[in-house]
Design a protein around this ligand. Sequence first.
Ligand code: OMP
Length: 281
Amino acid sequence: MQALLEAARRKRSPVVVGLDPDPARIPAEVREGVSEPEAVRRFCLGILEAVREEVAAVKLQAACFERLGPPGMEVYAELIRTARELGLPAIADVKRGDIGTTAAAYAEAHLRVYGALAVTVNPYMGADAIEPFLREARALGRGGGAFVLVATSNPSAEAIQGAGDPPLVERVAGLVAALGRPGPGGYSDAGAVVGVTRPARGRRVRELLPEALFLAPGYGAQGGGARDVLPLLDRRGGGVLVNSSRGILYAYEGAGGDYRDAARAAARGMRDELLAAGVGV
Ligand SMILES: O=C(O)c1cc(=O)[nH]c(=O)n1[C@@H]1O[C@H](COP(=O)(O)O)[C@@H](O)[C@H]1O
């Protein structure tokens, strides 16, 4: 995950912009007279260009491109390419998890063919569902890896992840620790998804994973704020990349004006708020 950290340090920003395009919320002037995939393409390219200096990386929600069919996947591929050219490493949010051979195919697709630096992985099927993603990232040697869902941000997560003794969330954290290999900067290539909406769980996950990079969604639209990130920080006061999707993409709905200006202002405001709260990079 070294490449993600380097991008965060270069930009002095722990912010990840999430590309979760919803055709119905794309401004009318971008949508008019073009197909949905083309509207999504133009909208997302505008966002990338607008926030490139304010954010460390971009996370593409694969579902939002898959739902547009094959043209949507062309757009997905183009956005990953363009993000890289703009100096923004791409995280493919695919949340895949399957038997080893299938996981290897997913890893090849998203890390090698589409060219994302990292992916999100569902650990429910165990170690052999995660390892192929780490193997592929190591073979590519770009400093990427996999973010394993450990403590997710959604309301019903606790009913599953908090069950058992020790709770499932701690077992999964143990799995992440066991599978990851430290990179040159000290951070493991197996990262953890830890929602900012569950700071108490997040604090415990950090105790169990002192060397892991966290991808932390749930900021903004799901109610999380900068102070909720603090329990997730590592002993150096960093190690967390905070994602916001709707809060940046659709900032124009509240602010008015050009969607790109509103997105840039929202990303900058988020970065400043995180840095002021003590979230380091
Ligand atoms: O893996 C993720 O990124 C993820 C994990 C999680 O626990 N919660 C979560 O919201 N996400 C994703 O993060 C994004 C959150 O979007 P916003 O709530 O609009 O910022 C979506 O793409 C979700 O699929």
